[in-house]
Design a protein around this ligand. Structure first.
Ligand code: ADP
Length: 331
């Protein structure tokens, strides 16, 4: 301690008397710290007392504020992380619930269909069997056979009405009436943005190749995004089956005559030769948890917008899906 400038007062005390070694800075308020040391020597039975008075102004404010800011920032980041995780969990839960609801609806629909169709089809079977027996009789019982056949026709008509009713119930709105100009790149970027967490989770960096002049097609924006979304999800699911370093996904935009084309290429395991012709069939799936409705829906949506969707092998490996839609402005 420099005796002239040190804020610590040091005194020697003995039986109520004290001798200041250095004055220090003592004032009112703040905190007081005292240090006592008894000098043990018989000839010098003194106490050495060091006194330090710390006032508000002497506190290391900048250091303390810095520390508080750092803790607040860390706390904020931690809370944001927690919130993000909760939101993600919620989104996953919603998705799962949506899938369950969809499956339940499908189950209900299938059960209803089976119930409504079973009765007329059983009657058709019984009546045609009876008619065939009556016709084989000697002599054939023509009148009864005719009546059985009429009933069979009646029941078959009922079955067809059930199917027709179902078709009308699930008919999609007329997409052709809702077409508008859509910039392909915007739709693709939107879908890529929405699927960003899915790409990250699988360690895939999609490549987007698009010409410098924007391609504008006639489409219903939501349907177009739904198709792109499904194709990207399928590609990601295919890529899950190959090692992480081989996972490549390319989305290329281009034009062909009066059509705008999006091709989604993945370097996954590709489509088996016996699967390829059936890939757009409703309920066709090779995935354990698959519904087999994604591609069939995509194809319906594409043709509803006056376009088409095709699937092919990609060389050297993987699959390529091409969606063509009419250009908004003729070339
Ligand atoms: P789901 O995904 O429910 O199986 P989809 O209609 O989307 O239904 O796909 C039908 C089938 O097409 C899948 O089960 C899979 O066998 C095949 N498939 C779709 N996309 C790809 C792809 N990118 N690579 C390989 N096979 C694919």
């Amino acid at each position: 301690m420099a005796p002239d400038t040190s804020p610590v007062r040091v005194t020697l005390t003995h039986e109520g008397q004290s001798f200041a070694l250095q004055a220090g800075r003592i004032h009112d308020g703040g905190w007081r710290f005292e240090f006592h040391k008894h000098l043990a020597a018989e000839s010098q039975p003194f106490d050495v007392v060091a006194l330090r008075q710390v006032g508000w102004g002497e506190l290391p404010w900048s250091w303390m504020l810095g520390w508080a800011a750092l803790v607040a920032a860390l706390l904020g980041a931690w809370l944001a992380l927690l919130r993000q995780r909760t939101e993600r969990q919620r989104a996953e839960e919603l998705l799962r619930l949506g899938q369950v609801a969809r499956l339940n609806t499908l189950g209900e629909l299938a059960a209803g269909m089976a119930h409504e169709l079973n009765q007329p089809l059983t009657a058709v079977l019984a009546n045609t069997q009876a008619a065939s027996r009556l016709l084989n009789d000697e002599p054939p019982e023509l009148a009864t056979a005719r009546s059985a056949m009429t009933q069979a026709v009646e029941q078959a008509r009922r079955a067809s009405e059930v199917v027709g009713r179902l078709r009308r119930a699930v008919e999609r709105p007329d997409l052709a009436a809702q077409l508008q100009s859509v910039v392909l790149e915007d739709a693709v970027r939107n879908a890529l943005y929405l699927l960003e967490p899915e790409f990250k989770r699988r360690d895939v960096t999609p490549q987007l190749e698009s010409p410098s002049t924007p391609i504008t097609v006639l489409a219903e924006p939501v349907a177009l995004e739904q198709i792109i979304h499904n194709l990207l999800m399928n590609a990601l699911q295919a890529l899950e089956q190959v090692p992480a370093r081989e996972r490549q996904l390319r989305v290329a935009l281009g034009t062909e005559g009066s059509l705008g084309v999006i091709s989604v290429t993945d370097y996954g395991p590709g489509i088996a030769a016996d699967v390829l012709p059936r890939i757009f069939e409703p309920f066709f799936t090779t995935r354990e948890a698959g519904l087999g409705l994604g591609l069939s829906l995509c194809e319906t949506l594409a043709s509803g917008m006056g376009g088409n969707l095709t699937a092919a092998h990609n060389t050297p490996r993987g699959a390529v899906f091409r969606l063509s839609l009419p250009l908004a402005t003729k070339p």
